[in-house]
Design a protein around this ligand. Sequence first.
Ligand code: PMM
Length: 294
Amino acid sequence: MEGLPSPGRCLVMGILNVTPDSFSDGGLYADTHRAVERGLELAVQGADIVDVGGESTRPGARPVGLEEELARTVPVVRELARAGVCTSIDTMHAPVARAAVEAGARMVNDVSGGLADPAMARTAADAGVPYVAMHWRAPSPEMDRHADYGDVVAEVAAELDSRIWQLTEHGVDPARIIVDPGLGFSKRPEHDWTLLTGLGSLHKLGHPVLIGASRKRFIAAALTHGGADQVPPGGRDAATSAISALAARDGAFCVRVHDVRASLDAVRIASAHVAHRGSIRVGVPAGPECGLRP
Ligand code: PMM
């Protein structure tokens, strides 16, 4: 995709939460200096994109003010962009997306797919950078109440399709839209698993697919036969990399992860597997490279 690295395999996006309260890394990189250091570290480990977020989206999280979100994210994006790191901004708010792109962010990652802020679609159109539209039904404090589906894959695909329609109506270039099923967002573990096995239906939307499974509860639930809290978030990275391999094998465009090294190996293995099998195509069209290499 134009504007993003094109290594010829599924991209690996490293997570950088500049927040005190994200579910697995909250508080670790809450000041600008530590966050920039962590972003550089992710890039050296091989992240194709570093995703900078300033507002936790875990279930029940309270929103932060706009000024606070800007102060947390924009200086970090600016420093990383200066260092040559390809960054995206993880925000639901148009002013944050706009300021981050001005500071050098090369992609907007909106977990609400444009639903949380009516100005986002127009901002994304004007920014002219790739835009991730994630499947979302409700703000964090109430999202678990909306995990109600008959056919989860069909409903998520249909709701993403209506997001794509609304975004393009507002001028977003369809060639820049990436879709994401939003694992864990208004989803129970069985929904997450069904979506992961139904990537084929999401591909039919005609847009690259991003998967954000890293350290989420459905992984722990599988490891412990339902007792999700027995495996703490930091103990879910090996399992996350297994999901990265499966998603890449099934044609995912990008995986969003905390442990970049493990998932980079995983998507490389998936590439080799697919190349030898010669059926499913992974990777992206040619475009400029960016980011530091290990
Ligand atoms: N998940 C989180 C935050 N941002 N963005 C996208 N596109 N997809 C996701 O699944 C996603 C996201 C929540 O996880 P975190 O607290 O570990 O960042």
